[in-house]
Ligand binder design. Structure first.
Ligand code: NAD
Length: 506
């Protein structure tokens, strides 16, 4: 049995303020655990108001100089940052696996998806071009400009320690804002490492700052008068709270929440391909992905064969420490979360769902204290059951049965979440209807996890996103900028002076 190790002061994760690693003023802290071993590997400070003030002040002071830096120069710093992320991809990947638990190849993939946002943001001189119209009136021209907001804040979840922060700060900073990031207190190290690399790339001190903590730190950010916009990614109840609190304070907010992502499988689908895709989408990262497929809607005759094929594959998945060779599924984030997910499996059994594969008995040799739970599969789940209604966020896949595509679409649309969904079929007509009628923000057609590339925007509908704009892509640029329209007339082009009536230009 692994004994918890004592953590030394040197193992405390620093804040990153004004271009330097700093200790917190707050005396409160939490523990960062390696989920594969159950051992505490470092501590993380929980910032108080004085810490948040220091970070916001640094950002506020850096903002005027950064805003005045031409976008093309900002872009060059982003390009160097991108190269440094690439050069240090291996360390970042190990930090992600060490604190989150996902496998190294999965962690490397998530770092890659984050790097792609930096690549998108490097095109900022083009992205910030406004519009121009000559002769909107006689001798009058108009042009629009996209200007930064000031200090923006980001609050991120545990499940993508590098990628989700990278959805936010590169775009915000490319647009000329300064940024304060509060990553999840469970996985704080990747953010600090990225801040070091951004400085090495030439980012002026204070433009990017990292603070840590729990609700106290978040509340200080939400209440801070110098923060103009808040990007949040996490669970739905906190997303709603962040949206309402920050909006009430006059801030611009995008708050991405939880999910229950459905895959609809029609009887004409290639069931071997579909089962393979669904095992990856349901159990990859131990189901701790906001785009994980957690509910399958098997239509008509697809059900029995599909469930058998998923169960055969899932039962053979190698589960173990994310840094071990050949492992496909790692542990859950904490012991408490593992127990919560286990509780859902108990509830599913009690509510009468058919337990096809039970992950509760899994033991991983030499990792008895790790937070492991095996792949679990329920069949004949109904819409009223807790395992369907709640976001479980673990390796638990539930299968519901529907008679027709109509019934499947109605079921998906009745669900309060609307993050991602997928349809598996060989019918173009069915797929076209599905993409048109489904009330979900990101749709895959024979693609199980349809995470948009960085040059599109990522975001869900309904309880999966509070706010109007999605992250990265052009919606990210819109979120982090304000539009100004300038209407110009020069003496000599039109001598008629404006009168008292509403100007009509023409
Ligand atoms: P969480 O909501 O518990 O935490 C997210 C952030 O909010 C963290 O930084 C945390 O410190 C902070 N926080 C936690 N409790 C708070 C409180 N009471 N007041 C203020 N701040 C608080 O989420 P999590 O467990 O870290 O992440 C998993 C959740 O995130 C899942 O629901 C998942 O679906 C969701 N998620 C959504 C997306 C998306 O794009 N929609 C992406 C990734 C994760």
């Amino acid at each position: 049995m692994n004994k918890p190790v004592e953590v030394k002061a040197a193992d405390m994760v620093p804040l990153w303020i004004n271009g330097a690693a700093q200790p917190a003023r707050s005396m409160r802290c939490g523990e960062v655990t390696n989920p594969a071993t159950g051992r505490v590997i470092r501590k993380v400070p929980f910032c108080n108001a004085a810490d948040i003030d220091a970070a916001v002040d640094a950002a506020k002071n850096a903002f005027p100089g950064w805003r005045a830096t031409p976008p093309v120069r900002r872009a060059r710093i982003l390009m160097r940052f991108r190269d440094l992320l690439e050069a240090h991809r291996k360390d970042l990947t190990h930090l992600v696996t060490g604190e989150h638990g996902k496998t190294l190849p999965d962690a490397a993939g998530s770092v890659q998806r984050g790097i792609e946002v930096v690549e998108f943001a490097s095109g900022v001189p083009h992205l910030l071009k406004g519009e121009h119209a000559e002769d909107v009136g006689r001798g009058i021209d108009s042009h629009s400009m996209l200007q930064p907001l000031g200090v923006c804040a980001g609050i991120t979840p545990f499940n993508f320690p590098a990628m989700v922060p990278l959805w936010m700060f590169p775009v915000a900073i490319a647009c000329g804002n300064a940024f304060v990031l509060k990553p999840s207190e469970k996985v704080p190290s990747a953010s600090v490492r990225m801040a070091e690399l951004f400085k090495e790339a030439g980012l002026p001190d204070g433009v990017f700052n990292v603070v840590h903590g729990d609700r106290e730190a978040v509340d200080c950010l939400l209440a801070h008068p110098d923060i103009k916009a808040v990007s949040f990614v996490g669970s739905t109840p906190i997303a709603k709270y962040v949206y309402e609190t920050a909006a009430k304070g006059g801030k611009r907010v995008q708050a991405l929440g939880g999910a229950k992502n459905h895959a609809v499988v029609l009887p004409d689908a290639d069931l071997d391909f579909t089962a393979h895709a669904l095992v990856g989408a349901a159990y990859g990262s131990a189901g701790e992905r906001c785009m994980a497929i957690s509910a399958v809607v098997a239509v008509g005759a697809a059900g029995d064969a599909l469930v058998r094929k998923i169960a055969e594959r899932a039962a053979k998945l190698p589960v173990g420490a994310g840094d071990a060779h050949g492992i496909e599924m790692g542990p859950l984030i904490t012991r408490a979360h593992r127990e919560r997910v286990r509780g859902y499996i108990d509830k599913g059994v009690a509510e009468g769902a058919k337990l096809v594969l039970d992950g509760r008995g899994l033991r991983v040799t030499e990792h008895e204290e790790g937070f492991f739970l095996g792949p679990t599969l329920f069949d004949h789940v109904t819409a009223g059951m807790t395992v369907y209604r709640d976001e479980i966020f673990g390796p638990v896949l539930v299968v519901l049965r529907a008679g027709t595509l109509d019934e499947a679409i109605r079921l998906v649309n009745a669900n309060p979440y609307g993050n991602g969904t997928a349809i598996f079929t060989r019918s173009g007509a069915a797929a076209r209807r599905f993409q048109n009628e489904i009330e979900v923000g990101m749709v895959g057609i024979n693609v199980p996890i349809p995470v948009p590339m960085a040059f599109f925007s990522f975001g869900g509908w309904k309880d999966s996103l509070f706010g109007d704009l999605h992250v990265h892509g052009m919606e990210g640029v819109s979120f982090y900028t304000r539009t100004k329209v300038v209407t110009t007339r020069w003496p000599g082009t039109d001598s008629a002076a404006p009168g008292l009536t509403m100007p009509t230009m023409g």
